[in-house]
Each structure stands twice: as structure tokens, then as C-alpha cells.
Write a protein of this length. Sequence first.
Length: 125
Amino acid sequence: MKFSRSAIVVVALSLFLFAFGAFAKSTATHGKTVKGSVVSVDDAAKKFSLKSSSGKTTDLMWNDATKVTGPALKAGENATVRYMVRDKANVATSIMTSTPKAAASVKTTATTTKTATATPPVKKH
């Protein structure tokens, strides 16, 4: 039976794509996101735990390539973390922290009070 060139190319391409798919499944998973409150931080080990609003705790780690923005990473801060799974560990690629709303409103109120008392009195001419 004689095969045409196009049939051979289609079969070869199909085998290549099948093999590529098998390799793709064995690599690290990229692009996961978790949001929640920081439960604990271990600076020496570069590890922290994040508890989501659903109550699930996720253990994460960071490295020198991790991009961190916002206030210092500490227990009680809110955080949004992008991470990937590498060697069964959740490695953060970016961490964006923010102060919880209740603490932020107290800070704003204190600042407003200081500003009001620091305003000099108006002199009448």
C-alpha cells in the first residue's frame, strides 16, 4: 500500500504532538493564585502560611526571584500570592500584601485627628 507525503506528514505530526503532550504533563504547574490572611511567617526558612476566606490553609515558600509589594510579610496581613508548584512545594512568584481594612481605618482616623489638631488657628484682622 502506497502512502502519500501528506499522510506521512500528518502521522509524524500527530506522533510529535502526542509526545509533546506527555512531556508537558510532567513539568511544573504554573500560574496558581491564592488570596487570604497570613497566618505565620518563617523568615529563616523563607516559608509562610496563608489562610483563605474558605478556611483552607496553603503553605508557601519564597526565593530571591519572588517579587514582593506592599507592607512587610507578617502574620495578620492580607496577601494575594501567585505561585507555581515545583518539586511538590508551592513557590511564590509574586506576593502582594495589604493591611486588613479594620487596621487601615484606625490608622486613617488617627492621621485625620493629628491633621486637625496640627492646623494653626486663623487670625482675624
